[in-house]
Design a protein around this ligand. Structure first.
Ligand code: B16
Ligand code: MG
Length: 213
């Protein structure tokens, strides 16, 4: 106990745009003649853009030149961005707003540890950017989840050790990253994480900060 910071993953914990990622990847895959199901998409949760495309190409046993690879990444992101144009504060997942306010009032540090390069824009759209003392995203890491770099950078920037930070994650790669970094890993909203995470909640509405203070 005695935790001093909360480090949040973005997609699947604060907001849910996984369906948007899925539809954008499905369209990208179909350009390559690769079929891509919702089940296939499960493996991409928390995985960065480049590694996601590599995964899809491997599914279809396809190899593309660097230029086409870049064009496909661009296409996917444009599709994704146009599908989240209406994203706003109402899209915050249940319990997020209350937890951010409670944590701020109780003096906890708040950090973001996301694989998404779109994270800064998404935080702005959700009107919660000001809550974050530090935000590490896909633009600021060299080794993607399940490597712990994203969370270790967050803790370091806060001047805290991993043992003082709780990590909230919805993806297996994220839980692995948190545990590899020595953080207490809390799984949220993805029953596959039960047993893998140190603690699990269906929703942040069930989470009690008092238990960890
Ligand atoms: P982008 P998280 C991840 O966000 C998503 O879970 C994953 O589906 C996505 O591919 C990844 O961000 C990269 O996103 O294309 O926007 O850079 O869960 O780590 O917050
Ligand atoms: Mg996530």
């Amino acid at each position: 106990m005695g935790y001093r910071a909360l480090l949040f993953d973005l997609d699947g914990v604060i907001v849910s745009t996984e369906k948007n990622h899925f539809h954008a990847w499905k369209k990208t895959a179909s350009q390559l003649g690769i079929s891509f199901s919702e089940k296939d998409n499960e493996a991409l949760k928390g995985v960065n853009r480049v590694d996601s495309l590599k995964h899809i190409l491997a599914l279809g046993k396809r190899i593309v030149l660097d230029e086409e690879f870049e064009a496909l990444l661009h296409f996917k992101n444009e599709e994704y961005l146009s599908s989240i144009e209406d994203l706003c504060i109402k899209d915050l997942l249940p319990g997020v707003f209350d937890l951010l306010n409670l944590a701020k009032n109780k003096g906890f540090n708040i950090g973001l540890g996301s694989s998404s390069k779109n994270a800064p824009m998404i935080l702005e759209r959700l009107e919660i950017a000001a809550y974050f003392d530090v935000a590490i995203d896909g633009n600021g890491v060299t080794r993607p989840k399940p490597d712990p770099e994203v969370f270790l950078n967050g803790a370091k920037r806060l001047g805290l050790s991993p043992s003082e930070c709780l990590v909230f994650e919805d993806a297996q790669s994220g839980i692995q990253a948190a545990k590899a970094g020595g953080f207490f890993a809390i799984g949220v909203g993805n029953p596959w994480l039960i047993g893998l995470a140190d603690d699990y909640y269906n929703s942040l509405t069930e989470f009690s900060l008092e238990r960890y203070a």
